[in-house]
Every structure is written in C-alpha cells, then in structure tokens.
Write a protein that binds this ligand. Structure first.
Ligand code: UD1
Length: 379
C-alpha cells in the first residue's frame, strides 16, 4: 500500500527514514497518521542503510510501504553521506510540494533532511527531540542539537528532553512530550516476535544467555579497546553463553584485525522481529546502542551500556539500564554483579512509553500543520 495520495487536498508530510532505528521510530507515526486521514504522507528512504537485514526487512516487518522516494546515498564519510541526503532531499522537495518534513532520531540522514527542508522554508518536525548526551565528540550529539535548532515542532520521548530544549532557549510552544514511539513498535510486535523461535535457532535457552550489540566508532575503531572488550566478553561467556549480532562496521574491524572472539558467538545482524525475540529472552544485554537501552528498559531486561555517557538518562533512573563506561574490567565486574542477582520480576513503567506515542505524535502533527499553513499564508 502506498502512503502517498497525490489527489488529496490535506497538508502533506514527507516522512524521512535512513538507518535501522529510524524505521522502528517512524512506523507508528506513519500508521497513526494514515488512520487519522487528515494528513497526506509519503515516505523517503535516504539509503543510509542498504543491507537487506538493516533496511528492507525492517520496512516489511514494521508494515511500512515501499518508499515513494529512494535517495540511495549509501556509505561514505560523514560529509559525503550528509551531503548526499541534503542534495537528494532538496531535489525531492523542489519537485514535490510538501508542507512539512518529519525526521527521527539522530543519524546523519536526520540532520541532512532537516537542513534541506529548513532552507526551503518547509516545516521541520523532529521525532525524538531533546535528547542530550553532553558528549560533543559523538556525531549523533551534533545531529541532535542542530536538528532541534532547525525544527518547528519538537516531539519529545520524555519530560527530561523538554527541560534540555528549554534550557537551550527553544521556545516552549514548539515542544511537546508524546512518549517513545520505538516502544510502540516493540509492544505491537512483541507477540509476533516471540513466535519466531530465534532463541532456539541460535542454540540458546530463554533467560540463560547474554546479548551483545556494539557498533560505535569510539569503541570499534579502537582495535586495542575492541580486543580487550572481546576478551572481557569471552570471560563472561564462560559463565553464560554470549551471543553478539555483529553490525557491518564492527564485522569489518574484526575481519581486518583477525581478532579472536573466544567464547562469544558472533552472528549476522538480526532482523527486527528476531532481535526483539532474542532481546526479551536475554538474561542481560550489553550495548552501546541508544534504542536498545530503551527497549530493554521497557521489557524489564537488565542492560549495561558500554559507553561513557547516555542521552537517555531516564533508562537509568526509571528503567533497567546502567552506564558502565568504556572499560573492559569494569564491564566484566558489572556483568558478574548483574548475573549474581535474580532478574527483575516486573517491567518498569516509564511515563508515556505505553504503546500509544505514535497516536499522540500524529495528534500533535495534525494540530500543528493547520497553524503552520495559516501562518505561511499570513492569516
Ligand atoms: C548509524 C548511525 C548511528 C546508529 C546506527 C544504527 C550516524 C552518524 N550513525 O551508524 O547513530 O546507531 O546507524 O545502526 O548516522 N554498512 C553496511 N551496510 C549498511 C549500512 C552500513 O555495510 O547497510 C557499513 C558500511 O561499511 C558503513 C558502516 O557500516 O561505512 C557504517 O554505516 P553508517 O551508516 O555510516 O553508520 P552506522 O555505524 O550504521
């Protein structure tokens, strides 16, 4: 089914996706907008992620239609990737009149599409606005701060994100808390994911393994640190099986250096449903991803974040997450500690992470667009 309906007369929003987490966040908003039937939408895929398991399978499993526009930017340096999305989005917006562009999260595609829209006077809506790690060495932090600055409607996942935006001088009337749309996708597809049997296929047992995802350049581009980290994981693997679906960036580093994985089971990246299936069955998750900190918190699965900062502090204060820094011995100790305690009995309840954030986001967009159009017409 196509989202776009070129015969309609309602406001038109271009939904932009590019990398794996974008698909998961944008799908609930796309579905909710389609249900409301007040706003026309089209989907633009930048092509930042292009491997089948990082892209097409996600679209299918999240019930997103084939993109109306595909920029095919692929990989490259930050400048190349950002420039490709910037010029590609500009071309689409020049040829097709849209009233707003919705971008999600903090990847290079997010900032580039927001910039193209803002320069053409097209309204920018940022889904997952206001998160801050305070670490300017992360490309994602640059993307977040600049995208928020360019945005006309800022949709926040939690109240702390609003505080960050207000502290930076973003006018409060542009900002609204809608909750976490990634958790909408998780709750909607959790039952289907559970049926997949991915845990058994990997030779594992529910609640009796550790899941690892690591892909950030600050870790995987530092070969000494990556090697020491694999050694730490390998020692955890002598207590409980460790499974590590490997992102292409990490795979390239491991292959180039011939690093040994020891007692760690390295597998190809999992599709969305298999990943949810495995994550909800893990005894412990170790990650440097943003979304996985949130998903484990919503599922009540203990999570160790192998980074020095998090832009999602609510997962630490209200969820199951603990920030352990980027130090292999500390990681090993933290694993031992988690595994020596029984798993949590209940799932944490984080305000507005309830499966209905997409509906609230669609409501906020439907309320915003007429105001924006009236303003543009000088009414
Ligand atoms: C990007 C995001 C990161 C997000 C991650 C989710 C930025 C700056 N980073 O990181 O915030 O957590 O997506 O997965 O936008 N590659 C492939 N096939 C693909 C995509 C990438 O082989 O389909 C390889 C390429 O070698 C590429 C490398 O992975 O150079 C990195 O891809 P890139 O899109 O630059 O960033 P990610 O590390 O995926």
């Amino acid at each position: 089914m196509r989202l776009i309906d070129t015969g309609g007369v309602g406001p038109r929003v271009l939904l932009v996706v590019g990398a794996r987490p974008n698909f998961v966040k944008v799908a609930p908003v796309a579905h909710a907008l389609r249900r409301r039937d007040e706003v026309e939408t089209a989907l633009l895929h930048t092509g930042q992620h292009y491997n089948r398991n990082l892209s097409d399978v996600f679209l299918d499993q999240l019930d997103l239609p084939p993109p109306d526009f595909h920029l095919g930017v692929g990989s490259g340096s930050h400048a190349e990737q950002t420039a490709g999305v910037l010029t590609g989005t500009e071309c689409v917006l020049r040829e097709h009149p849209f009233d707003a562009v919705l971008v999600a999260g903090d990847v290079n595609s997010t900032l580039a599409a927001a910039l193209a829209a803002a320069k053409l006077g097209v309204a920018v809506i940022h889904l997952e606005a206001g998160l801050r790690s305070g670490d300017w060495s992360m490309p994602e932090e640059i993307n977040r701060v600049l995208t928020d600055r360019l945005s006309d409607l800022l949709l926040c996942p939690s109240a702390d994100a609003v505080d960050n935006l207000v502290a930076e001088g973003i006018p409060q009337e542009r900002v609204t808390v809608v909750g976490n749309t990634m958790i909408d996708s998780l709750f909607r597809l959790e039952a289907a994911a559970t049926q997949r049997g991915a845990i058994e296929r990997l030779g594992l047992s529910f609640g009796e393994f550790v899941l690892v995802t690591l892909h950030r350049p600050m870790l995987v581009d530092d070969i000494q640190l990556l090697n020491a980290t694999l050694n730490a994981l390998s020692s955890v693997g002598r207590t409980l099986p460790v499974v590590f679906p490997v992102h292409p960036r990490t795979r390239a580093r491991l292959g180039a250096q011939g690093l040994s994985e020891g007692c760690v089971q390295l597998v190809d990246p999992l599709d969305y449903l298999d990943f949810v299936c495995v994550m909800r069955g893990a005894r412990l998750v170790i990650t440097d991803s943003g979304g996985v900190q949130e998903e484990t918190s919503a599922l009540g699965v203990p999570c160790l974040t192998y980074r020095t900062s998090t832009e999602r502090p609510i997962t630490v204060t209200a969820g199951t997450n603990r920030l352990v820094g980027l130090d292999p011995p500390t990681l090993r100790e933290a694993c031992e500690e988690v595994l020596s305690h029984p798993p949590p009995l209940e799932r944490p309840r984080i305000p507005l992470w309830d499966g209905a954030a997409g509906d609230r986001a669609a409501g906020a967009i439907a309320g915003f667009l007429p105001r924006r159009l009236a303003h543009a017409k000088g009414l």
